[in-house]
Write a protein that binds this ligand. Structure first.
Ligand code: PLP
Length: 456
């Protein structure tokens, strides 16, 4: 037995793994007695396999984080190499991997976002971003959008504008929600993206007027709303929000936890619209979750607030060397292999056009939207009324049509990402055009399940 084998004595049978999981693992967002997590034997590229040898093409990138694909050999090798050198060192020391990760991130980020505070994940990145904004401005309130997700720690879940927040209420004080643009289901009765943009900005201005713009420290938004629908903002919206923030001295925080590192065909989704936020939060795609890592990219002005004043925050694992080494390797590989460009082309040349064909063939597809490798099919019972295939936040028998659709995908070897009445197409950014075609063919068949519920 090698040293590694002796230290890593893991259960080997599917039955053992399942049994210990059910006995001892407490899972996220679940009624513990109602779940049966699938044991995964291995993963490679854009696929993973169960213990029966069944292959799943992953159209979810797990939690939309495995941008570089599974077990990228160069990334695995870099982690192994760095683990052999230096597994850990406290944040108070300077460390080569941390310095280089921060330098590279600053180089990739727009404008003067030249400093990085490293966290363990996306939620704590958002916690620190709002803390920085509050201390920088001396104001307390934070505006966040409905139909958003920002993480599950107390501040981040308070910012969240979806049902995941309800169980943690009352949340932290000072968070106010507003409506963002969503042309397909406009909260503003708009009939064009231009109208939606203009009215959503007007709504934001009015929210600030009644809240008192001088009391607002930050506006936080997902550059492209992720789990809540792949809501791509109409052109002009983010520029408008930037202007509003400038006018009122409000910090603009772009949550790029899901949208960064190739997901939207750019390093950061804000690059698509050419805007520079004051703070960008990131996690997921920075190293595809090979080692947990998140962070906040900080503008010069906000960083300067803490030149002579102590920043009241820290984490045992801030800038964890192994996590930072994996981020350095991941960003380098993305550059070398043109992964960002590939993601952009995959969206405009393959995923977008192929999903549009699905919409032509299937009456249950109400809308196709997205960019890069971040797309959604919004499923409806009736294209005229846009009645969703299942109600908002449906569960149990109300959610059955979506559950049947997901089962059909899985049976055919596709792991889908479903949320409410939508299926998202969010494979790794490294997925080939052929693999995308393979997955879309499975979606094509599975959509027959949704079509059966169409009433028009
Ligand atoms: C936009 C966005 N922000 C924040 C988070 C929270 O990140 P984490 O789960 O790493 O804390 C997520 C996670 O899905 C997310 O999608």
């Amino acid at each position: 037995m090698t040293v590694t084998e002796a230290a890593l004595q893991l259960p080997t049978t599917e039955e053992q793994i399942r049994r210990d999981d059910r006995a001892h693992v407490f899972h996220s967002w679940s009624a513990q007695g109602h779940i049966d997590p699938l044991p995964i034997a291995r993963a490679e590229g854009s696929c993973f396999w169960d213990y029966q040898g069944k292959r799943y093409l992953d159209f979810s990138s797990q939690l939309v984080n495995v941008n570089i694909g599974y077990q990228h050999p160069k990334l695995v090798a870099a982690i192994q190499e760095y683990a052999a050198r230096q597994c850990t060192i406290a944040p108070g020391f300077a460390n080569d991997a941390r310095s280089e990760a921060a330098r590279m991130l600053a180089e990739l980020a727009p404008g003067d976002l030249n400093k990085v505070f490293f966290t363990n994940a996306g939620a704590d990145a958002n916690e620190h971003a709002i803390r920085m904004a509050r201390l920088h401005t001396g104001r307390q309130k934070v505006l966040a959008a409905y139909r958003s997700y920002h993480g599950a720690t107390s501040g981040a879940i308070s910012l969240t504008g979806d049902p995941r927040r309800w169980g943690s209420e009352p949340g932290v004080p000072g968070v106010v929600h507003f409506w963002g643009p969503y042309p397909y289901r406009s909260s503003f009765h708009a009939s064009t993206p231009e109208e939606e943009c203009e009215r959503a900005l007007q709504h934001l201005r009015e929210t600030l007027m009644v809240e008192g713009s001088h009391t607002v420290a930050a506006i936080v938004l997902e550059t492209v709303v992720g789990t809540n629908g792949v809501l791509v903002p109409p052109d002009g919206y983010l520029q408008g929000v930037r202007e509003i923030c400038d006018e009122h001295g409000i910090v603009l925080i772009a949550d790029e936890v899901m949208t960064g590192f190739g997901r939207c065909g750019e390093w950061f989704a804000v690059d698509h619209w050419g805007i520079t936020p004051d703070l960008i939060t990131f996690a997921k795609g920075v190293n595809s979750g090979y080692v947990p890592l998140g962070g906040v990219l900080i503008s010069e002005a906000i960083a300067a607030s803490f030149s002579d004043r102590v920043y009241p925050g820290g984490l045992t694992y801030s800038g964890h060397p192994l996590a930072c080494a994996s981020a350095v390797a991941s960003m380098s590989i993305m550059r070398e292999e043109g992964i960002i460009e590939h993601a952009r082309r995959l969206g405009s040349e393959v995923i977008g056009p192929e999903l549009a064909k699905l919409a032509d063939r299937h009456p249950s597809v109400g809308e196709v939207r997205g960019l890069g490798v971040m797309w959604a099919l919004e499923l409806v019972r009736n294209r005229e009324t846009r009645e969703p295939l299942v109600p908002y936040n449906a569960s149990g028998s109300d959610a059955a049509p979506m559950a049947e659709f997901a089962t059909a995908c899985k049976q055919a070897g596709l792991w889908p990402f479903t949320h409410f009445n939508r299926t998202h197409v969010v494979p790794p950014c490294t997925t080939s055009a052929d693999e995308v075609q393979e997955g879309i063919a499975i979606l094509d068949d599975a959509l027959a399940v949704a079509d059966r519920h169409v009433t028009e």
